[in-house]
Design a protein around this ligand. Structure first.
Ligand code: GLC
Length: 739
C-alpha cells in the first residue's frame, strides 16, 4: 500500500480502532486451540469489543489455524486491517535446533545462519510474521535460567556478531518474502543482569557498564535493520524499562536511531504497578505510551485506559497516532494489506516442516555445538567394537529439545539409546536408567507452580538404590560406560532460576557408584546453563557438554562419540568452580588486590580457586593443536597504520578438525579500569591432518575504543596487549603501543 493510502487509513480510524492496533493477546484468550501460553493470563480484563479490535496475536501457529483466525477477524473488522502473528521461534519450529547457548558455542556464523534460515522458513509458511528472537542479552550468571537463550553468552563482541547473523537470517532483504520474518530483538535492556540470577529481579548497573557490555548487541541488531524491539521486565536506573523514558526515548530512539516498533514483554506494563512506580494501571498505561512503547503485550492497560487518557487530554492523540503508524507501517512492509494471509502455505508446510534436508541441517548444527570438556587418555572417540553400557536418565529420553520447543513434534524424536543401537547393534548397547533426573519433591515443586497436582512420593530411597544396582549390573557387562545425565528440561529457560547449579544428588550418587566398576566413564551432559561440574568432571574420563541439542541431537552426539564428527565447540560462558562463584566471567576488571594464593589480604575465596573451572572459549578437539610464533606487524599502531597479529597453528594429529582461534586485547592503563582481556576477533579454521596454518587478525583503532571516564566512546593512548589462543586462559601475548 502506498504511504499516502496508509495515512488516509490512519485518519479514518476511530480512537478505539487505533488503540486496538496497540494491543497483543495470546491465542488462548481468543480460545484458539493451537497455541501455548508463555506467561500469566489470569489478570487480563478485556471486553469482547476490544478483543475484536486487537492488532496482533501471540503464539498462534499453523497455516490453517492462522488463516482461519485472520479470516474470522477480518470478517468483523470495519477497516480490514489484518492481524499480525507473532511467535517465539527460539531454536526452531518443527525442526528443533540446539538451544541458543549451544548454537553460540559453535562460533560458526555460516551454520548459525543456515539453521536460523530453516527455523524461520518453517515458521513463516506456518504463519509467523514476527519472531520474538534473537535474544541478545549478555549473560554472566549461570543461576539465571534464561542464559540458555543467549547465543553470545558473557561476551559483548560475540553478542554483536551473533545479533548481526540472526537479524540478517530472519529478515533477509525483504521481510515480506516467503521464508523471511521480522526479527524482534529482546529484552531491551540489561535483563541478563538480574540480581542473584533470579528471574524478573532488580537490575542495577552503571551507565558505563550498560553501554560497554549490554548495549552493543542491540546497536548492531538495529544497524542490521531489526524491525522490532521488546522491552525487558527489569528496572534500569530505578525505572522499569517499559516506562523508562531515558532508555526508550533518549537511548533507543535518539541515540541508537531505532525507528521500528517497540513491544512490551508479557504483561510488563501492568507489572510496573507491582514495581511501585505507578499507582494503578491507568498510570502505567500513561507512562508506557509516553515512553514510546507501541504495543502492550498481554496486559489490559492500553485497552482499558488509553482512550480515557486521550479524552482527558493527558495523552495527546498524536502520540497514539505515532505508535499506530509504526504498527501499520510494519504490516504494510510485510505486505499484509494486499495479502492478509502472508506466506501461510499448507503445501509448503507439508513439504518443508521437518524435511529430510532440514533434519540434516539440524544434525550438522548440533554436532557443531557440542563441547568436549575432558578427554583423558583419549577415551573418545569410541571404538565401534565396544560394548557400551548406556546409563542415566537421558539415555532413553526424548526431552532433549529445551524449554522453547513448544511447536516441535516430540513424538518423532530419536533417543540416544535408539541411535546407538542403530550404529553398533542392539546387542552392543546395554541400557539402564540408573536414576531419575530430579527427586519427586523437586518435580512436585515445578508441577505445583504450573498449577498441576503433585505426585505422591513412595519408597523413593529404595527405588534409587535398586536403580543404581541395576545400572552397576549393566555396567559390569560392558567395555565402557556412557553416562547421560543433566538438568531437567524444565530447570532451564524462563522463570527457572537455580540457587544451586550442581548436578542433582541422585545422579551424583549414580556416578559415584559407577566409578567403582573400574570402567572408563564418558559423561554426556544435557543442560541449559553452565553447571558447577567439578565433582562430576573429576570422576569421569571424558565429558561432553551437549546442552539441549534438538531434534537431531541424539544422532549428533553419536557422530561425535564415534569420531565421525570431530568436536569443535567452545564455551561462551565460563563454568564455575562452585555456584558461589556466580556471576563469573573472563572479561572481568582488575582489582587493586589481585589473587595470589600466598597472600592473605587479596581478592579471593578461601575455599575455592578464583578462576573458573572451565574458562570462556574453552573446548577440546580430537586433534591436538599447537600455537606458536605469535608475531605482530608493528609494535606501533596509529590511524594510518592498523596492524596485524599472526600465529602459527599446527594440527599434530592424523585426523582433520576445526579450531576456533581467538584474539583478545587488553588496554593496560586507561582512565577507567579496563577488563583483563576482551575478545576482539575469532576464526574457525579447518585443518587437514598434520596441517599447519598461519592465522592473522587485523587490529584497527575501532577495536580499542571504550566508554571513558567522561562516558565518551574513545581510544586512549598507551600500551595494549594482544593475546591469541584456543580459549581465554591459555593464550600467548604480545604488546603494542598507541601514541
Ligand atoms: C515472555 C518472555 C519473552 C517472550 C514472551 C512471549 O514472558 O520474557 O521472551 O518472547 O513472553 O512469549
Amino acid at each position: 500500500m502506498r504511504q499516502q493510502k496508509l495515512q488516509e487509513l490512519l485518519k479514518e480510524m476511530t480512537l478505539e480502532e487505533k488503540i486496538g492496533q496497540l494491543i497483543q493477546v495470546t491465542g488462548k484468550v481468543l480460545k484458539n486451540e493451537e497455541n501455548t501460553v508463555t506467561g500469566p493470563i489470569e489478570n487480563l480484563d478485556l471486553s469482547n469489543e476490544m478483543l475484536n479490535k486487537v492488532g496482533s496475536i501471540l503464539n498462534v501457529v499453523g497455516s490453517q489455524n492462522v488463516r482461519k483466525l485472520q479470516q474470522q477477524y477480518l470478517s468483523k473488522s470495519r477497516l480490514k486491517i489484518p492481524l499480525l502473528f507473532m511467535a517465539d521461534i527460539i531454536n526452531g519450529y518443527r525442526t528443533v535446533f540446539p538451544i541458543p547457548i549451544a548454537q553460540g558455542c559453535s562460533w560458526d556464523l555460516q551454520n548459525i545462519h543456515i539453521a536460523t534460515r530453516v527455523s524461520i522458513q518453517e515458521a513463516n509458511v506456518a504463519g509467523t510474521n514476527v519472531n520474538f528472537s534473537p535474544m541478545v542479552d549478555l549473560v554472566r550468571d549461570a543461576r539465571w535460567g534464561r542464559v540458555m537463550e543467549s547465543m553470545g553468552g558473557e561476551d559483548p563482541y560475540l553478542g554483536e556478531v551473533y545479533a548481526k547473523t540472526m537479524v540478517q537470517a530472519y529478515q533477509g532483504k525483504d521481510i515480506s518474502k516467503m521464508g523471511n520474518a521480522v526479527a524482534c530483538v529482546k529484552h531491551f535492556a540489561g535483563y541478563g543482569a538480574v540480581e542473584g540470577g533470579r528471574d524478573y529481579n532488580t537490575v542495577d548497573m552503571s551507565e558505563r557498564e550498560l553501554r560497554q557490555y549490554y548495549l552493543p548487541a542491540y546497536r548492531e541488531a538495529i544497524e542490521q535493520g531489526a524491525e522490532m524491539i521488546m522491552t525487558s521486565f527489569n528496572i534500569i536506573n530505578g525505572v522499569p524499562v517499559s516506562v523508562n523514558q531515558w532508555l526508550l526515548k533518549d537511548v533507543l530512539r535518539k541515540e541508537l536511531g531505532f525507528k521500528g516498533v517497540i513491544i512490551s514483554d508479557y504483561s510488563a506494563i501492568a507489572e510496573t504497578v507491582n514495581h511501585g512506580v505507578c499507582k494503578d494501571k491507568k498510570e502505567s498505561a500513561y507512562k508506557a505510551i509516553m515512553a514510546g512503547v507501541d504495543i502492550d503485550m498481554m496486559s489490559d492497560v492500553y485497552a482499558n485506559y488509553l482512550k480515557e487518557l486521550v479524552q482527558e487530554g493527558k495523552v495527546p492523540e498524536e502520540i497514539i497516532d505515532q505508535s499506530v503508524w509504526r504498527v501499520l507501517t510494519l504490516k504494510n512492509k510485510l505486505g499484509l494489506f494486499e495479502n492478509p494471509y502472508g506466506n501461510t502455505n499448507k503445501e509448503m508446510e507439508e513439504k518443508i516442516l521437518r524435511s529430510k534436508q532440514n533434519l540434516q541441517v539440524a544434525r550438522e548444527t548440533a554436532s557443531d555445538t557440542l563441547v568436549l570438556l575432558k578427554n583423558e587418555k583419549q577415551t573418545l572417540p569410541l571404538n565401534k567394537n565396544n560394548k557400551i553400557a548406556l546409563i542415566g536418565p537421558y539415555g532413553d529420553n526424548i526431552a532433549i529439545l529445551g524449554s522453547w520447543s513448544m511447536f516441535s513434534d516430540k513424538a518423532k524424536i530419536q533417543t540416544l539409546k535408539e541411535v546407538l543401537e542403530e550404529k553398533i547393534g542392539k546387542e552392543n548397547v546395554l541400557y539402564a536408567r540408573g536414576s531419575e533426573i530430579l527427586r519427586q519433591k523437586e518435580i512436585n515443586q515445578i508441577l505445583i507452580a504450573e498449577g498441576e497436582n503433585p505426585i505422591l512420593i513412595e519408597k523413593e530411597e529404595q527405588k534409587e538404590k535398586e536403580a543404581i544396582q541395576e545400572a552397576i549390573k549393566v555396567a559390569k557387562q560392558a567395555d565402557v560406560i556412557v553416562l547421560a545425565i543433566g538438568e531437567h528440561y524444565k530447570q532451564s529457560g524462563e522463570a527457572c532460576s537455580r540457587a544451586n547449579i550442581e548436578i542433582s544428588i541422585p545422579q551424583q550418587n549414580l556416578l559415584k557408584e559407577l566409578t567403582k566398576c573400574n570402567k572408563k566413564i564418558i559423561t554426556v551432559l544435557f543442560n541449559g546453563r553452565p553447571l558447577a561440574l567439578k565433582e562430576i568432571a573429576e570422576k569421569t574420563d571424558a565429558l561432553v557438554e551437549v546442552w539441549f541439542p534438538g531434534t537431531e541431537g541424539a544422532n549428533a552426539i553419536a557422530d561425535v562419540l564415534f569420531g565421525e564428527v570431530n568436536p569443535s565447540g567452545k564455551l561462551t560462558m565460563s563454568f564455575p568452580q562452585a555456584t558461589g562463584q556466580c556471576p563469573i566471567y573472563y572479561n572481568h576488571y582488575h582489582t587493586g588486590r589481585p589473587h595470589n594464593k600466598n597472600i592473605r589480604f587479596v581478592s579471593r575465596y578461601q575455599d575455592i580457586p578464583t578462576e573458573s573451572y572451565y574458562p570462556f572459549g574453552y573446548g577440546l578437539s580430537y586433534c591436538n593443536f599447537e600455537y606458536s610464533n605469535l608475531r605482530i606487524s608493528s609494535h606501533k599502531i596509529s590511524k594510518t597504520n592498523p596492524i596485524t597479529v599472526s600465529v602459527n597453528v599446527k594440527n599434530h594429529s592424523e585426523i582433520s578438525g576445526k579450531e576456533v582461534i581467538q584474539l583478545y586485547i587488553q588496554d593496560v592503563v586507561a582512565s577507567v579500569v579496563r577488563p583483563v582481556k576482551e575478545l576482539k576477533g575469532f576464526k574457525k579454521v579447518y585443518f587437514k591432518p598434520f596441517e599447519e596454518k598461519v592465522v592473522t587478525f587485523e587490529i584497527t583503532l575501532d577495536l580499542l575504543k571504550f566508554w571513558n571516564e567522561r562516558l565518551e566512546y574513545e581510544i586512549e593512548s598507551g600500551e595494549f596487549r594482544a593475546f591469541i589462543g584456543p580459549n581465554s586462559r591459555d593464550t600467548k601475548q604480545i604488546s603494542f603501543y598507541l601514541e
